[in-house]
Design a protein around this ligand. Structure first.
Ligand code: PEP
Ligand code: MN
Length: 338
C-alpha cells in the first residue's frame, strides 16, 4: 500500500501474542504496529489491558523488529510510562478526545517530548472538539499529529458499530489541510466482514492511510474480537484495495467529488431517518386521536404545517413546487399511517 498503514491487535495480551502480531503485520508492510496497553471499556470487569508490563513487549517489538510502535494514552501517567520506555508514538482514544481536561493533561505531559500523536475523533460528531485537541497539543509544541477517523457513536444501531459520517471529513480537511488524516475502519465497522468496504471508501475519499486491528487469532481476542482481522484476511484486504494513482489535479477533483457525494449520501440517509421518525410520531398521534374520539384529518393544523414549510423553503431558496409536492406526499402517507 502506498499509504500509511498502522496495524496490530486491539490489545496487547501477552508477549507472544504481541510479537506474533508484530511479525505478521511487518510482513504485510505495516509502517507502525499498534496494540492497546490500557483499554477503555464500556463495562467494568471486561479485560482492561495488561497495563505497564505490556510496554516492555512493545519496546521489544521496536528493538527486535525495527518497527515503530504505538499505544493509547489517556493520562499524564500513561504518557510518562510510555516515554520512559522510549515509546514516542502515542494515540489519544475517542473517549479521551471528548474530554478537554484529559487532553490538556496529556498535552502538558508531552511537552518537549517530540512525540508523534494520533488523535482519534471524539465519540460525538463534533469537529471543533477534535480540532481543539489538536490545538492543545500544538500549543505544547507537539506538531507531529495524525488525525484518525474512527466514526461516531450513534443512538440507533446502524450498519456499522460507529457512524462514519464521511461528510464531516470535508470540514476536517478544510480546517486542518496540513494534517494527515487516516481511517480506522475496524472501529467504524465493529465487524471484520465490513472492514474492507470501509477501508476502500477511505481510499476513495483520498485519506492518507489506515489503522486496522489485526490479531493472530481474532476469535480468541480479549477485546474487540468481532472486528479484528487475522493476518491472512488483512493481506486479502490490502491486496484488494484500490488506491488511485492519477495526475494530481484529477485526483483533487475526484477527492472533492467523493467528499461532496458522501455529503449527499449522508443527507439522504438523514432524510430517510427523519421520515421514519415522523411517521412513527404520526402513528402515535393517530392512536391519541383514536383514544379521544377525534377525527384524523384536521385541515387547520395541516394548513399551518404547510405554510411554515413553504416559508422556510422560501427563506432557504428552495422551489415552492418542490416543497409543496414533497409535503403533500408526506401528508398523504401520514394520514394513511393514522
Ligand atoms: C482502539 O483503538 O482500540 C480503541 C479503543 O479505539 P477508539 O478510541 O477509537 O474506540
Ligand atoms: Mn479496539
Amino acid at each position: 500500500m502506498n499509504k500509511l498503514l498502522i496495524a496490530g491487535p486491539c490489545s496487547a495480551e501477552s508477549r507472544e501474542q504481541v510479537l506474533q502480531a508484530a511479525r505478521a503485520v511487518k510482513e504485510l508492510g505495516a509502517d507502525i504496529f499498534r496494540a492497546g496497553v490500557w483499554k477503555p471499556r464500556t463495562h467494568p470487569g471486561c479485560f482492561e489491558g495488561t497495563g505497564a508490563p505490556a510496554l516492555d513487549w512493545l519496546a521489544q517489538v521496536r528493538e527486535t523488529l525495527g518497527l515503530e510502535v504505538t499505544t493509547e494514552v489517556a493520562s499524564a501517567q500513561h504518557v510518562r510510562l510510555c516515554l520512559e520506555k522510549g515509546i514516542r508514538t502515542l494515540w489519544i482514544g475517542a473517549r479521551t478526545t471528548t474530554n478537554p481536561f484529559m487532553v490538556q493533561e496529556i498535552a502538558d505531559a508531552l511537552k518537549g517530548s517530540g512525540a508523534k500523536v494520533l488523535v482519534k475523533n471524539p465519540v460525538n460528531p463534533d469537529v471543533d472538539l477534535w480540532m481543539g485537541a489538536v490545538e492543545r497539543l500544538a500549543s505544547n509544541g507537539i506538531n507531529d499529529i495524525i488525525l484518525v477517523h474512527r466514526g461516531f457513536s450513534q443512538g440507533l444501531a446502524g450498519r456499522y458499530r460507529n457512524d462514519p459520517k464521511w461528510h464531516l471529513l470535508l470540514q476536517v480537511r478544510e480546517r486542518m489541510p496540513q494534517l494527515p488524516l487516516i481511517c480506522d475502519p475496524s472501529h467504524i465497522a465493529g465487524d471484520s466482514e465490513l472492514v474492507p468496504e470501509i477501508a476502500q471508501r477511505a481510499m476513495d475519499l483520498g485519506l492518507d492511510g489506515l489503522m486496522i486491528e489485526c490479531h493472530p487469532d481474532p476469535s480468541a481476542a480479549l477485546s474487540d474480537a468481532s472486528q479484528q482481522l487475522s493476518p491472512a484476511r488483512l493481506k486479502e484486504l490490502l491486496d484488494s484495495l484500490v488506491t488511485r494513482v492519477q495526475d494530481s489535479s484529477d485526483a483533487a477533483y475526484r477527492d472533492r467529488l467523493e467528499m461532496l457525494r458522501s455529503q449527499i449520501d449522508s443527507l439522504d440517509a438523514d432524510i430517510i431517518d427523519n421520515l421514519a421518525r415522523r411517521m412513527e410520531i404520526s402513528r402515535q398521534i393517530g392512536a391519541l386521536k383514536r383514544e379521544n374520539g377525534i377525527s384524523i384529518v384536521q385541515p387547520v393544523r395541516w394548513g399551518r404545517v404547510m405554510q411554515d414549510a413553504l416559508q422556510r423553503a422560501a427563506a432557504s431558496g428552495l422551489e415552492e413546487e418542490l416543497v409543496n409536492n414533497i409535503f403533500s406526499l408526506i401528508h398523504e402517507a401520514s394520514v394513511r399511517q393514522q
